[in-house]
Design a protein. Structure first.
Length: 159
């Protein structure tokens, strides 16, 4: 996915197209936000305002939905989202060292996006694959039994 700078017209057009597709009804708020998020890469404040205006709901209602669901983001994210499992079962089998290496390689703190918009780093609770911990998920790809030395190679697969 390529993320280009987005201007106000593109945001308005994107929201209007999605709302037309779903219908301007509050019951469609989540699918609408999901589609806009997918198109724009995140939900800028102008998109939230436009959705609220078209659906005749409050901005705070739209914002609370946008910030509640993990699949939605109100901040711009990188081309690749790295999720690192920070739960105890992964931690005790080497996760701590993998996490240190990951942060060194990326020079990012959790929740941050790299200046070149290549990466967003985030931590998550158990991903349900503890048997192969430590675990890193990049976009749709799950990496298990990760060691610190594997981190640079894994990262090099993404541009
Ligand atoms: S604790 Fe990491 S996947 Fe379950």
């Amino acid at each position: 996915m390529t993320i280009e700078p987005i201007n106000g017209t593109q945001i308005a057009e994107s929201v209007q197209t999605v709302v037309q597709k779903h219908g301007a009804v509050s019951e469609e708020l989540i699918p609408i936000l999901n589609d806009v998020n997918r198109q724009l890469g995140y939900l800028p404040s102008q998109a939230i305002e436009e959705v609220a205006r078209l659906l005749h709901v409050s901005k705070s209602q739209v914002f609370s939905v946008a910030t509640f669901y993990q699949m939605l983001s109100t901040t711009e994210t990188g081309r690749h989202i790295i999720l690192f499992c920070e739960s105890a079962p992964c931690h005790v089998v080497g996760g701590r060292e993998v996490w240190r290496r990951l942060r060194e390689e990326l020079a990012l703190e959790p929740g941050q996006t790299s200046a070149d918009k290549r990466w967003t780093l985030a931590t998550v609770s158990c991903l349900g694959v503890c048997g192969v911990g430590p675990v890193i998920v990049i976009d749709e790809d799950i990496y298990g039994n990760v060691t610190p030395d594997m981190v640079p190679d894994i990262l090099s697969r993404y541009n």
